[in-house]
Design a protein around this ligand. Sequence first.
Ligand code: HEM
Length: 483
Amino acid sequence: MTVYVSVLIVGAVVMLTFLSLCVPTVSYPPPPSQAVGSRLLHSFYQFFPRSLSPYLPGPLSLPLLGNMLELAHDHLPSHLTSLARRYGNIYRLKCGNTTMVVLNSGDVIREALVKKWSDFAGRPHSYTGDVVSGGGRSISLGDYSEEWRVHRRLAHNALQRCSQQSLHGVIQKQALHLRQVLLDYNGRAADLSEDFTVAASNVITTLAFGKEYEKSSSELQRLHGCLNEIVSLWGSPWISALDSFPLLRKLPNPPFSRLLKEVDRRDEIIRTHLDEYRVGVNTVAWLTNLYSNTQPLGYTHVHMAAVDLLIGGTETTAAWLSWTVAFLLHRPEVHYRTQYTTLHYRTQYTTVCAMYNSVSIPYVFSIAGYFIPKNTVIIPNLFGAHHDPAVWTDPYAFKPERFLEGGGASTRALLPFGGGARLCLGEAVAKMELFLFTAYLLRDFQFVPAESQASLPDLTGVASVVLKAKAYTVIARPRPTMP
Ligand code: HEM
């Protein structure tokens, strides 16, 4: 018995000595030269991930609910950002049995998504995610795997091939059409958000299917109606609760039934489009061709790639354009000054259009010195990074001149398209769109507040997957110099 106790004591002492040697290292990320040591630690933490991690700060977590109430906040990006002021640029939230870690500064987001890209390339697997993504076969929601890599690469190639042939012409056509739509308002105040959506959508449907629509087209209304409904239902707490609390799946849930109906509607519309446009010079035709020779990709992958392009490429660009005009109304002098220098300041808009999503990590890993347990969900809060007072002076002010030479801001601190393995697939398309649309709008119109409008557009925004400007009306007055 005495021998047994002594062995236990010696074992405990050895263990404690080992721990005390390791703990100080945990607080700081190991430099690359310590790669071997880091691997050892990494394996070690797989056994003891929680007990050894320095405690990640975060708000008090309620029994059962965890921090679900924080996540149900109306304006999630700005709420997550205000939590960062209290808990720092990296903090944790609990939701059911899922731990989430929110990253709020450009540096920590870059460290995770870009520097350690292979560890942060996954997506959390979820019950409702599978429902909306054809069983995880979409690019945006698919988890990182060899199949996903091939899927993303081929879709990117197909989009690039189409873009090389026609991107400039496709966007220019839509920009000129948008100009005509604004002229047709004849100086009346109007909410332009739908016109921006149609313009952005037509660029994508032309690239994807070789097809464009009129604003009044019932087919377009149906397509957007159901895509927007899916995005908004999927983000609702009634539906995300099904991922965290599986028992709820047995109960009736009207929002979830509606989601299932909208997904069916979406799939029928996409099927019809694929049948009609799978031959021609367009992205889905390329994809169909490429995928037919690439195992294990099949029809569902082409189908979901089309959904990815439509969802990823429409509301993002449209929201960006709405924000542009809203900000210009607040600072008209920027408009005058940029009449001839549009190019220089296009990047400013990126600070307001924050699309965010989550990644999940398959292994224990570290960010900013914190060891993050396996299967933690990581949320890069791009809004927080783009409003970080440590990086941006006066972060909420629209000051495009900060990006001009000597203006003090660096474009390196911007991550509007994310980074790493999950970098926006349409970045090149989006940049060209933003440049051409903005250039035409600024060259041809002066935007003035609607006379009936007592105040200028609200700049807080409405949060969904994309942060949209609140609805406002504006007068697009043609410039006398318009060609
Ligand atoms: C202003 C325009 C745009 C912005 C600000 C934007 C932003 C982003 C961001 C931040 C992500 C990464 C989300 C994450 O962390 O998972 C993303 C992903 C994505 N974007 Fe964009 N985007 C824009 C336009 C477009 C366009 C025009 C397309 C299509 C042609 C597109 C297609 C996609 C796709 C498919 C993904 C998923 C990539 C993946 O998970 O691997 N986006 N976008």
